[in-house]
Design a protein around this ligand. Structure first.
Ligand code: DGL
Length: 284
């Protein structure tokens, strides 16, 4: 427990960290955008590498995992929680918002809103894990804002292992993307939402398949912008001008398995500094 006066000071400065969790490594794409946009914010990242992937698991399991990972981060007195995993956002955001008394930001609504703002022909494609597609969360989020937008969805389960293997720009990636996206390509969409943490790394290959006329929406970037706006509107932004010489904050990393793999593979996702993860257990 912190002494009350120090607690008050920390609160006043809004120095408490932002907590970010993902099923594993992919959420580092979201962390990267947050640290670029908000370099003064302290961040704590938890990758549930022992139980990844979430993308092919049931709503019940993903919700239980998400609650356990959020509970772990709450011990660090976080001021805002970012659910960086699309599947966890799709299945568990409601349960987390109900349970937590701090702001909770998921990746789906920001991506959906950016897609609506970008489409001219009102035909939007969304790709993601099986779970995210099955949940219909992107469909609902888009329709809630603009019911006239037509939404097309496609799950791409092989994209996650391809990216983790580093195969983002080779023949295997192009062939796989070609197979998954062939139907979407025929739907006349002008916007495609990359609805999974790993997909920003496949942007070039996906763009090659979809063609120049289809704009790709990176939900990691959209989420970072949403985090900034929530911090501003709730007066939780870290005081900016306190120490002008202050160096950007360094994230703290936790994983539930294989920290060395997290460091090795994580470099592809996060190039804003070293990744040294601490091994923890989050199971209730
Ligand atoms: N983080 C997951 C997502 O964005 C992808 C990896 C997984 O299936 O756990 O949906």
């Amino acid at each position: 427990m912190l002494p009350p006066l120090l607690r008050l000071k920390l609160d006043f400065m809004n120095d408490r960290p932002i907590g970010i969790f993902d099923s594993g490594i992919g959420g580092l794409t979201v962390l990267r955008e947050i640290t670029r946009l908000l370099p003064r914010e302290e961040t704590i990242y938890l990758g549930d590498t022992a139980r990844v992937p979430y993308g092919n698991k049931s709503r019940e399991t993903v919700t239980r995992y998400s609650i356990e990972t959020a509970d772990f981060l709450l011990k660090y007195d976080i001021k805002l929680l970012v659910v960086a995993c699309n599947t966890a956002s799709a299945y568990a955001l409601g349960a987390l918002k109900e349970r937590l008394d701090i702001p909770v930001v998921g990746v789906i609504e920001p991506g959906a809103k950016m897609a609506i703002a970008s489409t001219r022909v009102k035909r939007v494609g969304v790709i993601g894990t099986e779970g995210t597609m099955k949940s219909g969360a992107y469909f609902d989020a888009i329709k809630a804002v603009d019911p006239t937008v037509v939404v097309f969805m496609q799950s791409c389960p092989l994209f996650v292992p391809l990216v983790e293997e580093g195969w983002t720009d080779n023949d295997a990636a192009l062939l796989t993307a070609g197979k998954y996206l062939v139907k979407l390509k025929g739907e006349g969409i002008d916007v495609l939402v990359l609805g999974c943490t790993h997909y920003p790394l496949l942007k070039r290959t996906i763009a090659k398949v979809m063609g120049e006329e289809v704009r790709l929406i990176d939900s990691a970037l959209a989420t970072a912008l949403e985090v900034e706006s929530v911090l501003k509107s709730t007066n939780l932004m870290r005081e900016e001008l306190r120490e002008k010489t202050e160096t950007p904050a360094r994230p703290r990393f936790f994983v539930t398995d294989s920290p060395e793999r997290f460091t090795r593979v994580g470099k592809k996702f996060f190039n804003e500094g070293p990744i040294q993860a601490e091994l923890v257990s989050v199971e209730a």
